[in-house]
Design a binder for this molecule. Structure first.
Ligand SMILES: Cc1cc2nc3c(=O)[nH]c(=O)nc-3n(C[C@H](O)[C@H](O)[C@H](O)COP(=O)(O)OP(=O)(O)OC[C@H]3O[C@@H](n4cnc5c(N)ncnc54)[C@H](O)[C@@H]3O)c2cc1C
Length: 399
């Protein structure tokens, strides 16, 4: 086994790291202070710089203007970009647009690709993915209330969604709605493109998450779909294939998230070590001299290294055997890395004392935003059940 970073990726990663360190990290506090929407013009300049350097949309096929990297290669990129909350956005591979591009690429008709995928891939518009409902468990997406009823050549959509990330300012939503209520559990819902200027699409509010409602890309909206009429031609893939498409989308998406989290861990680790090395508890006696702090550092190092290897192995398996064959690996990394992320960021906050909970460092933002990592894209418990069921199958237990 060879663990060296592939030759091709080394200069790319080094150049990207330079942009992240020299241009994005210095800009992140302004975004946090002024709010995302106020800083969109400044971020557009950063995006233009990334495009000029040839690093736009690393995960996307070349014919769509991306770098055409494999999942393993993009995983390495995602770690570098994860060091700053604005990394993925500035490089055109931010959730939920990256997932929507993938779905449009795989399931979109020629017309859908022309109208939605092209401008999305170019970063000219944004999108959102609208599946979770306030009244139904997001952890069981086979059970939802939103309906899309056929009327001539149209669907008429009614329902309420929330936590539709980045809906504020998005040009279209991909909506999961039940089209075939009497079909098998996994064949009831379809994914339908809904332009956000369609009558009946109402953004009720940006939901405040731990005191932060956010704006533009950096937000999570509650949305009412009231008599929303769109052509049936807006459906992605076959009728009833919504669940299947969602599963396909979430596999690579979890690699992107997990490696982004490792980037957050590495940045937090740097800040923790820096603090431990400089902060004096008494003259000449630093935080680093305390064994308990050394333990935080050692545990964090080991956990981050383990997490990275697990994610890269899962990415390799998806690249070589496909999403379906990699379900166990995908579930394992999802809860394992989210746990590492939470522990590492928490230790870094602790090492900073009061400073750790202020907005004078990026740590509080990481802490606030990333608590959700153990919930979105499937809560820990759901993924643990997948892994345990698979393990127990070999012992004759069928759950
Ligand atoms: C920041 C953030 C961004 C999000 N972005 C999007 C988005 O863009 N689009 C979208 O559609 N959704 C999005 N979501 C929603 C997310 O996917 C759901 O929150 C998630 O699927 C969990 O659903 P729920 O909140 O309804 O919790 P529930 O399903 O009600 O579950 C509550 C808790 O019950 C426990 N639990 C659930 N199932 C089991 C089980 N089988 N066994 C044991 N315990 C269990 C878990 O601890 C879970 O946290 C986002 C959520 C967050 C927090």
């Amino acid at each position: 086994m060879d663990f060296t970073i592939p030759e091709k990726m080394r200069p790319i990663l080094a150049e990207m790291r330079k942009i992240v360190d020299e241009e994005l990290i210095p800009a992140e506090s302004e975004v946090a202070r002024s709010g995302f929407s106020a800083t969109v013009p400044m971020l557009a300049e950063k995006r233009a710089r990334v495009k000029a350097a040839g690093f736009w949309a690393p995960q996307l096929a070349r014919d769509l203007g991306g770098m055409g990297l494999s999942l393993q290669e993009h995983a390495l990129v995602s770690e570098v970009l994860g060091r700053t909350p604005i990394g993925h956005y500035c490089f055109g591979c931010q959730a939920p647009d990256a997932g929507n591009m993938e779905v449009l690429h795989s399931y979109g008709s020629a017309e859908q690709k022309e109208r939605w995928l092209k401008p999305l891939a170019a970063g000219e518009i944004r999108s959102c993915f609208s599946m979770t409902e306030p009244e139904r468990p997001g952890s069981n997406p086979t059970w939802m209330e939103t309906r899309a009823v056929t009327d001539g050549d149209d669907y008429v959509i009614d329902g309420r969604k929330w936590f539709t990330s980045s809906a504020d300012g998005a040009r279209f939503a991909i909506v999961m709605a039940v089209t075939n209520p009497d079909a098998d559990l996994h064949a009831r819902a379809s994914q339908i493109i809904v332009p956000t200027d369609t009558p009946g699409f109402k953004l009720v509010r940006n939901v405040s998450v731990m005191g932060h409602a956010g704006s533009d890309w950096d937000s999570h909206a509650e949305i009412e779909y009231c008599n929303v009429r769109v052509p049936r031609a807006n459906r992605l893939g076959a009728e009833g294939a919504g669940f299947l498409i969602a599963q396909e989308r979430l596999g690579p998406g979890r690699i992107h998230h997990c490696m982004r989290w490792i980037g957050i861990c590495e940045r937090s680790f740097d800040l923790m070590c820096e603090r431990a090395a400089r902060r004096e508890l008494s003259p000449g006696k630093t935080l680093a001299s305390k064994q308990i702090v050394q333990e935080w550092i050692a545990d964090s190092r080991a956990e981050i290294n383990a997490a990275r290897l697990m994610v890269l192995q899962a990415a390799w398996k998806i690249d070589t055997a496909g999403v379906h064959a990699s379900r166990e690996e995908i579930s394992t990394i999802k809860y394992f890395v989210a746990g590492v992320l939470q522990r590492v960021v928490d230790r870094a906050v602790q090492a900073h004392g009061a400073l750790g909970v202020t907005d004078d460092t990026v740590l509080a933002q990481f802490y606030r935003q990333e608590r959700a990592a153990r919930i979105y894209d499937g809560p820990d418990e759901v993924h643990k059940v997948v892994v345990a069921k698979n393990a127990l199958k070999k012992y004759g237990v069928s759950l």
